[in-house]
Design a protein. Structure first.
Length: 394
């Protein structure tokens, strides 16, 4: 979700770093705990050393599960993050929404190349036809989002604002031209996924949250996965979420938040266990027929900071020469998430850290180049030679 003019610097393909971040990062860094004893332990400790308050990860390999945590769950507590806890998964929401949409395609209730205005007439103020496929793949040309915050402080003070999906679309598009003619380029759009959520509700006659539950969460037993929207509290968190928002150096706890501003694009709350289970079912073809899964995994190469993108799913070229990684990442105040998996799901990882927008670039880099590489690269494979860069998924 876009931050306005106060974002002072953007490293190519990496997170936005606020000008105030480097001066006060040390205020967020907790002391290290027990000596790490496994490669994954060492990797999550590297993220804490780089400036994250807390890190949690669950890796699966050949049926074996490994949990690792570093830092603290709450500043000042000395308690480790809970690897079974829940977190705000940000844009991982998009893969869930895309799965529901593609299920509706498989059921013959919509078609990928239907103009969305056929189902939601008058919603978008553009004469150019925009299709469901273009919304799923971020090739519609729709604006990215509404302006959520105009200063760091507003990330804190505007946390209680409530939006309806129609309001989000209207505020983002009224008087705003398309970024490009549909299907001629790529631009990551949260508003596109708001439209898709509204499409699900129009076609099914039920809420988006209900459809995610009945089609995905309930069949897979995802006990920690919800779309809370207007309920601001994060129950049983993996860790409290923090951002460095004030020049006085005191970190702000942003765990409690009304998520309606990212209703169809970043509203998901989940756990590492649930996300690993979801992507295992998705990639194994238990949620979508082969035709729709193939459509989802048909990617545009390198369009998202060097990462390939399909229909609501990412494909990350493995830096260690093994199979590509599939999944999605998520950015939200206080929570950075990666859920990445080999295509055969023999290796899976869901990991997060409890800071995002003001996290040092080094912490974001360590999430991919230490934690993900450790979990997803075969230890017998050559060492990774490519440095993965984090795309902006706000």
């Amino acid at each position: 979700m876009p931050i306005a003019k106060w974002a002072t610097k953007k490293i190519r393909g990496t997170a936005v770093v606020l000008g105030l971040c480097t001066a006060v990062t040390t205020g967020l860094t907790p002391p290290l705990h027990a000596e790490p004893h496994s490669p994954l332990d060492i990797a999550v400790e590297a993220v804490v050393t780089a400036g994250a308050p807390g890190v949690y990860a669950v890796a699966e390999s050949g049926g074996d599960s490994e949990h690792a945590a570093a830092g603290v769950a709450r500043l000042g507590s000395g308690r480790s993050p809970d690897t079974d806890g829940r977190f705000r998964a940000g844009s991982v929401t998009k893969t869930f929404v895309a799965t529901v949409v593609l299920q509706l395609v498989a059921e013959g209730r919509i078609r990928l190349d239907d103009p969305v205005n056929d189902h939601l007439p008058g919603l978008l103020p553009y004469t150019e036809p925009i299709t469901i496929r273009q919304l799923l793949g971020h090739t519609s040309g729709l604006p990215r989002d509404i302006p959520h915050w105009n200063s760091p402080e507003e990330i804190d003070t505007r946390r209680w604002e409530v939006f309806t999906p129609a309001q989000l679309v209207r505020e983002a598009t009224q008087g705003v031209p398309l970024l490009f003619p549909p299907d001629t380029s790529f631009s990551y759009s949260n508003i596109g996924y708001t439209v898709l959520g509204m499409l699900v509700e129009r076609v099914t006659g039920r809420s988006l949250a209900t459809e995610v539950t009945r089609r995905i969460s309930a069949p897979l037993g995802l006990r920690d996965t919800t779309l809370p929207t207007y309920q601001p509290f994060l129950l049983r968190p993996a860790a409290r979420g923090y951002e460095q928002l004030r020049a006085d150096g005191a970190p702000t706890d942003v765990t409690t938040y009304v998520m309606s501003r990212v209703w169809g694009s970043g509203n998901l709350v989940s756990s590492a266990r649930d996300l690993n289970r979801f992507f295992d079912a998705l990639l194994e073809g238990r949620l979508l027929p082969e035709e729709q899964l193939t459509e989802m995994k048909t990617v545009r190469p390198g369009v998202l900071g060097g990462i390939d993108y399909g229909l609501g799913i990412m494909s990350v070229p493995s830096p260690c020469g093994g199979p590509d990684w599939w999944g999605h990442g998520g950015d939200w105040p206080g929570y950075n998430t990666w859920s990445l998996h080999t295509e055969d799901t023999e290796r899976q990882l869901t990991a997060g850290m409890s800071i995002d927008l003001t996290a040092p670039v080094e912490a974001h880099s360590a999430m991919l180049n230490a934690v993900a590489v450790t979990a997803l690269c075969d230890s017998s494979a050559p060492h990774a030679t490519t440095v993965l860069e984090k795309p902006d998924l706000r």
